[in-house]
Design a protein around this ligand. Sequence first.
Ligand SMILES: [Zn+2]
Length: 868
Amino acid sequence: MPLTAPALLLALSPIIGGGRATADSLMGAGVSRSLATARAAQIRDVRYALSLDLTERDSSRGTVTARFRVTKPGDVILDFRGQRLGAVEVNGAAIPSPDFNGAHLRVAARSVVVGENVVTVSFVTRIAAAGASIIRYRDATDGAEYLYTLLVPADANQLFPCFDQPDLKARVSLRLRAAKDWRVLANGPESSTRVAADGRAIEHEFVETEPISTYLIAFAAGPWVTVTSPASKRPITMYVRKSRAAEAEGDSIIRANDVAARWLEGYFARPFPFRKLDVLLAPAFPFGGMEHPGAIFYNEDRFIFRERPTLPQRLGRTATIYHEVAHQWFGDLVTMRWFDDLWLKEGFATYMAAKMQASLDTASGAWKTFYLRNKPAAYAVDATRGTTPVWQSLENLDQAKSNYGAIVYNKAPSVLKQLDYLVGPDAFQRGVRRFLAAHAYGNATWRDLLAAIGAESRLSLDRWGKQYILRPGMPVIDQRVQVAADGRTRLVLRQRPAEPLLGKGAWPIRTSVIVGQPDGRLVRLRVTLDADSTVVALPAGTAPPTFVYANADDYAYALVLPDERTVAWLEENMSSVKDSFLRALLWGALWDLVREARLDPARFATLALRELPTETDEQIVAGVLGRVGRAVVAYLPPERRDSALATVEKLLRRGSANPDRPYGIRKPYLDTYIRVAGTPSALAHLDALLDSAEAVGAPLRPPTRWAIVTALIERNAPGADRRLERESRADSGSEGKRRAFVARAARPDAAVKKEYFRRYFADDSLNEDWVTASLDGFNTVRQSEMTRPYLIPALDSLRWIQTNRRIFFLGSWLTSFLEGQTSAESLVAVNRFLEEHPELPPDLRAKVLQAEDELARTVRIRGAVETR
Ligand SMILES: [Zn+2]
């Protein structure tokens, strides 16, 4: 139960004081940095023999034997916050009343020897749909049950007593007792199976692993179906649940994993670091993927396409595979010493994924994909008051979840791209190889990485590290083109922090400036920006440029705001820009002006809808139309939106219906049409679409059908309930049930909102993934007045969420509840909440401020539109 452990902890925690102060303070909740530091200095060569019984429904009985070497005398503290602690034995002697406080088990110094120690503990841990370290998933299609673990960042100690910190790596040998018809998967290969003594289950044993961090330990069990591809160099087996096996493209998923592993072996000049590689498609998985050594778990929902995928969806799946395979070296082989360096593994995995795509699929526009997937997301957080440095100080592992987000996933790979550009790709690669060689099967910090790359490039990266790794926030570059009386042109690039409250001073930026010539030629200039203002002399004798963009090829990590001359030229000539990567960047720059309240959202939408009919790049069309959706639905005040709606609907509908355009272009038109449609005729048209067998040149399948049903429910269209009923009957499996739950959350009915909000906290059988999926429907902008009463309760629940929900939940929660509001009153309420709760921990305050930024921008943009 979530509440018992902290309550027990309060009751049993000894009063700090006297000679035991240090040891007692280490016994507090979570794993403090002081405990981790003390233990790392005290303990070596850890091995766990872990045995768990998975045949009971709601809990698992287990035993662990921890063997480790102690280098200096003293108490030894293990972490455990599972359901129940049983018998404890230390070095062969039973400990009759163990010193256990609900968070830690202390082995007294008198029982510990300097040298080899053996501690055996029996325990019980919980199995549940949410809030437990063993997740149970019930398949609504066939009633089958599946189990899998997810221990990152600090839930290994919820599973079993251990030293739960990344720099006490251990060799793990696992034994699982499971139902006879179940298959099991773990980090190491299975070494033996035998029928249990009672004849009622099978006991599976796995080969001992290489040294791995506790958060990387994983297993899964259930009636999985397996696919093994014999074609690959190393046999990779994919596990998928029975009811979805027919839809999963096993061969191509396995091939992508194999290709990535082989490419990385070459780049890193190191063989695959673990004994085997298998993959699991995990149902209701709360992340995109998790890089467990030898057993990568992927999000089943994002990996099995229920309708023809678009290019961004396919690229997204490949990028996730490349990311998780890259982690086998970056994260698993060499691991951050502490979660303050989370960026090291996440930034690298994403950056390597893009490098791999660029090398393996040269026609795919890997760096354009990288830009679209990372930069807008990074800037959206890094330009806020709530941003953090890439390296994030962390006092206790129980707050590690807060370190996850766009800064480590999107900013970190972006600054690595800048670093690679600065030192050159050869020195970068040599530096990475040097780093991996020096710390294999061990731990390292960001300073170790910069030292290795610095050594290979013969550059001091101290200042670079201070500005990009330790400093919060990001630069905005304002472009200005000045034409002097003598006709000579110069470009002034002014740099300022996006958030002035976070400090002054320029970032060192190496960038490529692109200058459009009147004759159509493009000139690229390599420029270093190292001051608040940099003047770039344009080549002598040339006429004033048609347009300028100070981040060609996206090497710089900076938000570049174009000058008026460039904006005016783009409004007339966007389609004449031949390079699709550059077009993607320029569309992004125009959108940034909208978000700065300097370009009318209606003007952006008009330009987009005029230009996109000739745009051939699927990623650009999808990205720009997504922004058109946000501009129309949220940024335009209701009266402006309503008067523009019929025209926007008509253009979107025309784009989706154009038989001369490919599926990948028509589909985002349809998606945006579904999102925007509001007039009775558009809603009637959507309703009628459900009766047609195909749309946008492909069969109309459940994901899009459900999006239409959800839109009809949300907008209270006539007959919406009947549609929901019919769709639920037609798509009655586990996926359909999830979609129906999501659709109902969007119903404009105060009683429904009340019931959903209650279930978000009180319903133990509700998968976290279902809740996450339903949040945007619950908080739709169109119902902001109805959901307004939940804004403050949503903020009040942050601490509970931090304790009881997984890594990404809190961010999704905040984004949904705050982006669902658009009024100045809501903005005031959020800021008042922050003022009235000075006790809110800084990490949670920062998360609120990150999400508050989009609400503040929406209010500002609406205000600017009204006064124009
Ligand atoms: Zn990752």
